[in-house]
Design a protein around this ligand. Sequence first.
Ligand SMILES: Cc1cc2nc3c(=O)[nH]c(=O)nc-3n(C[C@H](O)[C@H](O)[C@H](O)COP(=O)(O)OP(=O)(O)OC[C@H]3O[C@@H](n4cnc5c(N)ncnc54)[C@H](O)[C@@H]3O)c2cc1C
Ligand SMILES: NC(=O)c1ccc[n+]([C@@H]2O[C@H](COP(=O)([O-])OP(=O)(O)OC[C@H]3O[C@@H](n4cnc5c(N)ncnc54)[C@H](OP(=O)(O)O)[C@@H]3O)[C@@H](O)[C@H]2O)c1
Length: 436
Amino acid sequence: MPTVEQPVHDLVGIGFGPSNLALAIALREREARTGERIDAVFLEKQPSFGWHRGMLLEGTTMQVSFLKDLVTMRNPASEFSFLCYLKARGRMLDFINHKTMFPSRMEFHDYLEWAATHFADQVEYGSEVVAVTPVTVDGTMECLDVVIRRGEGELSTRRTRNLVVAVGLDPVLPDGVVSDERVWHSEELLDRLPSVTEPRRFVVVGAGQSAAEVTDHLHGRFPRAEVYAVFSKYGYTVADDSSFANRIFDSAAVDHYFQAPETVKERLRAYHASTNYSVVDLDLIDELYRRHYQEKVQGRERLRILNASRLAEVARGAEGLRVTVEFLPTGERTVLEADVLVYATGYRPGDPLTLLGDTGEHCERLPSGALRIERDYRIATSAHLRCGIYVQGATEHTHGLTSTLLSNTAVRAGEIVDALAGRLRDSGRGTYAFSR
Ligand SMILES: Cc1cc2nc3c(=O)[nH]c(=O)nc-3n(C[C@H](O)[C@H](O)[C@H](O)COP(=O)(O)OP(=O)(O)OC[C@H]3O[C@@H](n4cnc5c(N)ncnc54)[C@H](O)[C@@H]3O)c2cc1C
Ligand SMILES: NC(=O)c1ccc[n+]([C@@H]2O[C@H](COP(=O)([O-])OP(=O)(O)OC[C@H]3O[C@@H](n4cnc5c(N)ncnc54)[C@H](OP(=O)(O)O)[C@@H]3O)[C@@H](O)[C@H]2O)c1
């Protein structure tokens, strides 16, 4: 259990994905600029840095320009930019000659990993945050104790004045579905695939970017296997990355979205959901169609598209799965024997309240029940809770579509650091006498 003497950090970051990595950079750059140190430590449950490793498929590319890296939109002169990474790797000219704004996901992962190595002394990997409890001083909650599990269950705590929760996305499976050796979420793909030997048939559910990439990957990697893509749309639809629509990811759009009444927020989200959700890059749609057609010409169709369809039943046998697919317009059913079923059924942002426990009772809610989050990404709290709890990611309802993406990460990190620095200055940190 924590003791009253333990040191108090200015900031503990939960998760060390791109969001909190960008924050660590913004903190360091602010310190270099102002000479003021904000003492921060980051807790990451993975054993080392990793960005959606299970979907790090060869040939896949970023869905955001490399200029929307961890820093450039906030500080184009930063030493942590994608361009500085290229320089460090000796690939600047090669990248320029490649003539693309959209690096491969593998290269961007390498960039993120490279940036993360500069913060090794501030990150504790293999450290899962399992709870957050308030520390009360004279009736107000001045600090938080962050409970960390390492390895086989050893628990420890870190005490902090501020928390930045950036735990990313949770994979979503349909109700009642549990992943196992034959049923996976797309997020697990590359971790699970080595266990598959001589597969005959895969079924992939969903019509988003993940589903299309998984379908493409399985079809290419297993030249003897059939891949059935099952989804309720009539066909894959295109991710809208046209220039005017792309403005929904601008920093200014965050301001506009934040100020807008709920009805306007809902309309904006509905208009522009097709920039991100249940959509696929046109190049990939074209490639899948090209292959599908080519196989028809050749008379051996391995890539099967079961459109306007749903899974009606999944039964398990000793040899594999029996998957019943229903064609929605007619109700006709088809039974498939399959080795593996991959649900590429998307994600939802991790809910900060699951970690906050009793502290969550002091967080304000909107009429919808969702957390009230201020423009500076701080959760609005009762006057009893004086410490700051900031959220990166789970703010789509308040800050708009860019929240779960990389497009505004650099700017958001700077905004949070400015807010933190201001509040630390105003509160006169380090003056508390703790009692528990
Ligand atoms: C396959 C895939 C590809 C994507 N590609 C793009 C893209 O090209 N462009 C784009 O803009 N967006 C993309 N996204 C969206 C994605 O959300 C962002 O790229 C990015 O990952 C957001 O960064 P983050 O740090 O907020 O979350 P994450 O990257 O998910 O990082 C969160 C971190 O928190 C850790 N964590 C979680 N819970 C705890 C805990 N309790 N204790 C300690 N650590 C914890 C996790 O291990 C993880 O490392 C993609 C998403 C997926 C699934
Ligand atoms: N290369 C890359 O950069 C890359 C790669 C992969 C993913 N991503 C990003 O990751 C994010 C998530 O993409 P995603 O494709 O994983 O998720 P997504 O866009 O949310 O798509 C989920 C798909 O699953 C379907 N679905 C959801 N629940 C279902 C259910 N119960 N039964 C059947 N189908 C169901 C949805 O259909 P309905 O729409 O009909 O509900 C949709 O087709 C996006 O931001 C995407 O851009 C990026």
